[in-house]
Design a protein around this ligand. Structure first.
Ligand SMILES: C[S@@+](CC[C@H](N)C(=O)[O-])C[C@H]1O[C@@H](n2cnc3c(N)ncnc32)[C@H](O)[C@@H]1O
Length: 421
């Protein structure tokens, strides 16, 4: 078990600001701290109780009912568990608290961003003006799978605009990651990108990328570590959502990254010269797209890669034959109660087969586990491991880097997967 007892989450004032980071007053900061703490408390203290209530109160009755129904041994599915758990008071209260804490975190973040809508868009416009590294496409239609829901209950999603030139969707996204992720992504929210940069350097020391794409790269928080690792490369963030790109571009400019451009486009069709890209990455992207898009985008990425180029993605791990049915039930919670409708399909997709179908050579596919790599300094090391995502990730063995200062850490890793062309 990770050694976490008694360690509190970092406070919101420790998040690294930048020129377009929303200002917070005393009460807003206190609210963000409370919500971060509550999310961590749910993940760390209350979530383990769901297994206890299942094992002790629900499973015996469910298995008895299954035996009677099936006239044989119980073959319980994740759906059977969820339906049975819906009647359990502990599960009801845990689920209601989790849902409401997520909503409160999103609403609090949205409110902070919206009350400074004009100031934020003016700051972004100022930093973006006259640069040729931001390219927006007014004719892009937001795909139905993205328009249908506000993912993870983020009001207005990534792409809606309250005023012309609006960046509040992006500001909301950036600050909401702090409470909903239990401050586990680092002071700049770039722990995933730092982990990917480490992985590419270790695994492909011969790769000297001249052109890098981050697909669904949003505000570029996880792109910047790659831009820093490969300062001679041209790095491009591709995303559907104009507010994310405007804000991300201004953010990168204000942080001094001159080799990163931001381009509006769809992962599955973006107009880039085939065979011209050396490294394609994504962070937490696939779970918000339809299965068709997963397949189309993988094929498109294969066509964009140069020979010898690498594709690398960071996501929650998919299920495999060894994933216990209780874990499947827990990890699909967000599909039902947190506006993440694509999780169950993605979790059961054979990603290796999908990459092969997209044109990648079976022998050049890989995967590994990694923790977020938290930049030392402003956050305590606990935040690399104490996360609400604990039950959404799993131990993938000894393949990832061990960066936790607490040592001895074995589980709850993000999944890295990809292929080389
Ligand atoms: C969960 S966010 C992740 C953002 C970023 N990678 C990060 O680490 O913070 C997913 C992003 O994917 C974008 N997105 C969804 N579908 C897309 C598509 N088909 N093509 C490009 N971007 C897409 C969304 O607009 C959103 O910014």
């Amino acid at each position: 078990m990770p050694q976490t007892t008694g360690v509190l989450p970092p406070t919101f004032d420790r998040a690294d600001g930048h020129a377009v980071f929303p200002q917070t007053d005393h009460d807003e900061t206190a609210r963000m701290n409370f919500l971060t703490g509550l999310n961590v408390h749910i993940g760390r203290t209350l979530s383990p109780g769901v297994r206890i209530t299942y094992e002790n109160r629900v499973k015996p009755k469910l298995e008895k009912a299954m035996r009677e129904k099936a006239n044989g041994g119980p073959t319980t599915s994740a759906t059977d568990i969820r339906k049975a758990m819906l009647h359990d008071t502990y599960y009801q209260q845990w689920g209601a608290l989790r849902r409401n804490t997520q909503e409160a975190s999103q609403q609090a973040s949205r409110e902070i961003a919206l009350r400074q809508v004009d100031a934020l868009s003016a700051k972004a416009a100022n930093l973006n003006e006259g640069r040729n590294t931001l390219s927006l496409d007014d004719s892009l239609t937001i795909p139905a799978y993205q328009a249908a829901v506000d993912n993870h209950l983020m009001p207005g999603s990534y792409y809606t605009e309250a005023v012309p030139g609006d960046v509040t969707a992006a500001a909301t996204y950036e600050i909401s990651l702090f409470p909903i992720g239990g401050a586990s992504f680092g002071a700049k929210g770039d722990g995933g990108g730092r982990a990917m940069a480490n992985f590419v350097r270790d695994r492909f020391p011969d790769l000297k990328p001249k052109r890098i794409l981050d697909i669904g790269g949003g505000i570029g928080g996880n792109t910047l570590p790659l831009a820093a690792a490969y300062p001679d490369a041209d790095v491009t963030v591709i995303d559907t959502a104009a507010p994310m790109l405007r804000y991300g571009h201004a953010r990168a400019q204000s942080m001094g990254h001159s080799n990163v451009s931001f381009m509006q486009g769809l992962a599955e069709t973006v107009d880039i010269e085939p065979g011209s890209v050396d490294l394609i990455v994504s962070v937490m992207f696939w779970h918000e797209t339809s299965t068709k898009t997963v397949r189309d985008a993988l094929a498109h990425m294969h066509s964009l890669l140069a020979p010898g180029g690498v594709m690398l993605h960071l996501e929650q791990p998919n299920f495999d034959d060894d994933t216990p049915v209780f874990e499947r039930f827990m990890r699909d919670w967000d599909a039902y109660y947190n506006n993440e409708p694509f999780w169950p399909k993605l979790h059961t997709l054979d990603m290796f087969q999908a990459m092969e179908d997209a044109g990648f050579d079976k022998d050049k596919l890989f995967d590994a586990g990694t923790e977020a790599d938290i930049e030392p300094g402003r956050f305590q090391p606990w935040s690399t491991i104490v996360t609400r995502h604990r039950h959404e990730t799993k131990d993938l063995g000894d393949t990832g880097r061990k960066l936790s200062a607490l040592g001895g850490y074995k589980g709850e890793r993000w999944w890295l997967f990809g292929g080389r062309k």
